[in-house]
Ligand binder design. Structure first.
Ligand SMILES: Cc1cc2nc3c(=O)[nH]c(=O)nc-3n(C[C@H](O)[C@H](O)[C@H](O)COP(=O)(O)OP(=O)(O)OC[C@H]3O[C@@H](n4cnc5c(N)ncnc54)[C@H](O)[C@@H]3O)c2cc1C
Ligand code: SF4
Length: 442
């Protein structure tokens, strides 16, 4: 396993979490933008969930019109800077770039995007003029990518907007979730600061909206309410030993690493349960934080993992070992974790079976459960009239993002069940347009 010492200083952290997509300098951006073929009907644009005019912004960078490039990006995606760093570009724009057909490295679209947007953020450039106030007010609940994108678009259209956020910082999982080697906290918060300066929405931090009375008050005080509340805590695995000390949920563990990295306990021998992108992040981050051994245990085959292949490769590159077709049986230990008992699994008639008599133990001092996030059904039941599907996702009109309760709109993870920052940003913006259409016909 490569040596990553447990970081003790800010400098150590920088070494452990070196940026995968560091900012380009002007010379690099100039040469990289020169490679773009400015394709007609560009496949990279079609592959972007927010439909950014990629050849246009790349040409603007090449002609030194960096502000114009940033404007092209933000016109489609309010999280242009963060997305340039955290988007799975390998399977989106860069994966679709025509250069892939010629075995040539695709254009580094994500890095060019962050190059242009970082400059307007740093220079505090004013890019937008807002429409005249239209006399209507919207409440946005949740200051993650979906909520903030919705707030920006509504302000552009002339609405008064109050954003209510439960936590003490805005940005949702872009801040509390995305891996520190993809984006650092400062860059995430700077983009939201810039957006707030630009669009002037009111941001109320430490203000959870929870009770039926609070929701009623929002309904009375505002013309519409947008729900960008994301997902909840890590789901229980329902196995004995889950209550032991040093069994942690992946999202809570990652949030701790993001916010208080030097005060987060990192085990020496860590087992991560799961096969999604969050499991890969929890494993990679443990290794980079100095764990000596990190095992990723997944109940199905490697090919069936939900995680992107490049995320698994990234975890392997820092020494994480994959163990497939195994299910957790019991977490072992008296008060705290001492090991985990796993059993082999096999697919029989399309159903996953745990095979009796195949149990084996792995000694470890930490178990991380990457078993998915809970849905917000209990919170939604306080509102009333909001329908959810069988998987607990809010049911909305796919075009307007209006829920079954006409005053409420929703977007992001709470609707799509958990996707990427770019999807949440796209849905928040689309919902703002849905709210606008609704309020102008009522
Ligand atoms: C560990 C992890 C790593 C990830 N890595 C990536 C990545 O590399 N790239 C990528 O593109 N995506 C990544 N994602 C996914 C991405 O972060 C999410 O899809 C995106 O943030 C969803 O945005 P959202 O606004 O819908 O929800 P969230 O980002 O979850 O924001 C919801 C906000 O609502 C607030 N809230 C909730 N309830 C209330 C309430 N009652 N009152 C007020 N506020 C409330 C929350 O505090 C939160 O700030 C990752 C997710 C996780 C868990
Ligand atoms: S597909 Fe590649 S070369 Fe073509 S416009 Fe997009 S980034 Fe440029």
């Amino acid at each position: 396993m490569p040596e990553f010492l447990t970081p003790a200083t800010a400098e150590d952290l920088e070494n452990s979490f070196q940026q995968l997509k560091p900012y380009m300098n002007p010379t690099m951006a100039h040469y990289e933008s020169a490679r773009c073929l400015f394709c007609y009907d560009a496949p990279c644009v079609k592959a972007c969930p927010t439909g950014i005019d990629i050849p246009l912004f790349i040409r603007q960078i090449h002609t030194h019109n960096t502000e114009g490039a940033a404007r092209t990006i933000y016109d489609s995606n309010y999280f242009g800077n963060v997305c340039g760093k955290v988007c799975p570009t390998e399977v989106l724009c860069e994966g679709a770039c025509v250069y892939n057909h010629q075995n040539v490295k695709p254009i580094e679209i994500g890095r060019l995007q962050s190059y242009a947007t970082s400059q307007v953020i740093e220079n505090k450039s004013k890019l937008y003029e807002l429409a005249a106030p239209n006399g209507k007010k919207v409440a946005v609940v949740g200051a993650g990518p979906a909520g903030i994108a919705c707030a920006c678009e509504l302000r552009l259209l002339g609405y008064e907007v109050d954003v209510f956020e439960a936590k003490e910082q805005p940005s949702g999982l872009a801040l509390y979730g995305c891996a520190p080697y993809k984006v650092n906290n400062e860059d995430v918060l700077n983009e939201v600061d810039w957006l707030q300066d630009q669009f002037g929405f009111r941001l109320h931090l430490n203000r959870p909206v929870q009770t039926a009375d609070q929701w009623k008050k929002l309904e009375n005080d505002y013309d519409a309410v947008f729900l960008g509340i994301g997902l909840g805590h890590t789901q229980a695995a329902h196995i004995p030993g889950e209550q032991l000390e040093n069994v942690v949920g992946a999202t809570e563990y990652i949030a701790q690493i993001k916010l208080t990295p030097l005060n987060t306990r990192i085990g020496k021998k860590v087992v991560v349960i799961g096969g999604g992108n969050t499991a890969m992040d929890a494993a990679s981050e443990s290794a980079r934080m100095g764990a000596e051994e990190v095992v990723l245990a997944y109940r199905r085959s490697k090919e069936e993992m939900k995680a992107y292949e490049f995320e698994y490769e990234l975890a392997k590159s820092v020494g994480v070992k994959g163990l497939f077709n195994v299910a957790p049986v019991t977490i072992l230990g008296e008060d705290r974790v001492e090991g985990i008992r796993l059993a082999k699994t096999r697919l029989e008639d399309g159903r996953l079976q745990t095979l009796a008599g195949t149990e084996f133990d792995i000694p470890c001092d930490t178990v991380i459960l990457a078993t998915g996030q809970e849905k917000m059904t209990a919170l939604l039941s306080q509102i009333g009239g909001i329908d959810t599907d069988r998987q607990g996702r809010i049911a909305t009109d796919p075009r307007t993002f209006q829920t079954m309760h006409p005053k409420y709109f929703a977007g992001g993870d709470v609707v799509n069940g958990g996707a990427e920052v770019v999807n949440a940003a796209a849905e928040g913006k689309a919902a703002a347009k849905g709210i606008h259409a609704f309020l102008h016909h009522t």
